[in-house]
Write a protein that binds this ligand. Structure first.
Ligand code: B12
Ligand code: SF4
Ligand code: SF4
Length: 336
């Protein structure tokens, strides 16, 4: 086995579902990225503007980069019926956040792969590993090696695995054998995700206006959610899976056996009333190892207040009254 074959075998053993190697090269979609930024589609995610310079070429992150090892891991565990998801007294949390924080889980696997490569490729000296947060156009590089195509919902979709995939990568300073996977599948004439998006955030094929996307509004946006978009949030309190739930390529998505991704029962359709009563200590304890801690208590309860309002039941009023006297102005505002 040569070093590339050994790396691929090791990555699969570590639990990655897809792996391929590609040579370091400049971005081919940087102009589309610039346009996306210039239209304001990044909203208040300032870090995306700061990343522009580095996103031109992975060698701006690590000049010695010769190869990229692109990886994907399936996080699909269970399916909640659409009937249950419509229960307005319960909150819907995006399935990627049902278990433990994927950044930590995937990073541990990447570190194990890094050690393996250092032990097996004597010339390898420098490397970088990223999952989600690095200044890399992850979808472009994943697509380049044939891991999946850009769906109209902008997700990387693999013809066998669907789109419930986290992407990750390792930059290395050694040359590898390059093995693009055969790219199969496409969206064809389907437009289901575009039609299903509650806020019409898919403004063109593969282009998302984050300012309208519920994932952005409920997780990334730190301030008030624009009042005109609040009804469309329904009972979505953290992220949004709608444009993937409706995708036909996810109908036969395989199930992940990764222990850390398995859902904690309290994260599947929690009671809105109970969430509204979470003290700061209880929030920290409950979401310590969860991606949900990203919104902090004030962000989550802001979303819960909207969902309680959307429920439109008198039963929601005591919880909203409690929100009205919360110490956090953001929670008071949305409860009002
Ligand atoms: C900012 C961000 C967001 C923003 C903006 C999303 C967006 N679609 O742009 C918000 C907060 C809305 C978001 C939401 C989600 N995100 Co997000 N997000 C990112 C992040 C950090 C940067 C993405 C970015 O730069 N967007 C700007 C656009 C312009 O860039 P892009 O989508 O990468 O597309 C570029 C190329 O791929 C290509 N391209 C894209 N589409 C098309 C179409 C055509 C026709 C062509 C030719 C080219 C092309 O050109 C673009 C410009 O260079 C990436 C991680 C990363 N470092 O890349 C994760 C990432 C994209 N997110 C991810 C996930 C899981 C989600 C959510 C599912 C979470 C959730 N359940 O709530 C949702 C999905 C919403 C959606 N439909 O995209 C995964 C996606 C995995 C996958 N299978 O594709 C990523 C890769 C993180 C990871 N490491 O796993 N996210
Ligand atoms: S994640 Fe939800 S709000 Fe965002 S584009 Fe997809 S369906 Fe629309
Ligand atoms: S729902 Fe249809 S159009 Fe949207 S990403 Fe899936 S196949 Fe493509």
């Amino acid at each position: 086995m040569n070093i590339t074959q050994k790396i691929i075998k090791k990555a699969l053993e570590l639990g990655f579902d897809l792996v391929h190697t590609i040579p370091a090269a400049p971005s081919q979609t940087i102009e589309a990225y610039k346009q996306w930024l210039s239209k304001g589609y990044a909203g208040k995610m300032e870090y995306l503007k700061n990343h522009l310079e580095k996103k031109h070429d992975v060698r701006r992150i690590m000049p010695e980069t010769r190869s990229l090892i692109m990886l994907a891991i399936n996080y699909h565990t269970t399916t909640v019926s659409s009937r249950k998801k419509r229960e307005p007294s319960l909150g819907v949390i995006s399935n990627y956040a049902w278990g433990e924080d994927y950044h930590k889980i995937v990073r541990q696997k990447l570190e194990a792969l890094r050690i393996f490569i250092e032990n097996n490729a004597p010339h390898q000296k420098n490397s970088r590993v990223y999952v989600d947060t690095g200044p890399i156009l992850e979808r472009e590089y994943a697509n380049r090696g044939g891991l999946g195509w850009f769906g109209k919902n902008s997700m990387i979709i693999n013809w066998k695995k669907g789109s419930w995939l986290f992407l990750a990568e390792m930059l290395v300073d050694v040359e590898l054998e390059y093995n693009p996977l055969p790219l199969r599948g496409d969206c064809g004439s389907c437009t289901q995700c575009i039609q299903a998006c509650p806020t019409k955030a898919i403004v063109a094929d593969g282009v998302i206006d984050s300012r309208r996307c519920i994932s952005y509004l409920t997780i990334e946006l730190k301030g008030a959610i624009p009042p005109e978009l609040r009804p469309a949030l329904g009972n979505l309190i953290f992220g949004c899976d709608i444009c993937q739930d409706v995708c036909p390529w996810n109908r036969k998505a395989p199930v992940s056996d990764e222990t850390g991704f398995q859902p904690k029962s309290e994260n599947i359709m929690p009671s809105l009333i109970t969430l509204m009563s979470l003290s700061p200590q209880e929030f920290n304890q409950r979401f310590k190892n969860s991606p949900i801690k990203r919104t902090k208590r004030q962000g989550l309860l802001r979303n819960v207040a909207i969902a309680l309002g959307n429920w439109g039941s008198p039963a929601a009023i005591p919880a909203l009254q409690q929100g009205l006297i919360d110490e956090q102005p953001l929670i008071r505002l949305h409860s009002a």
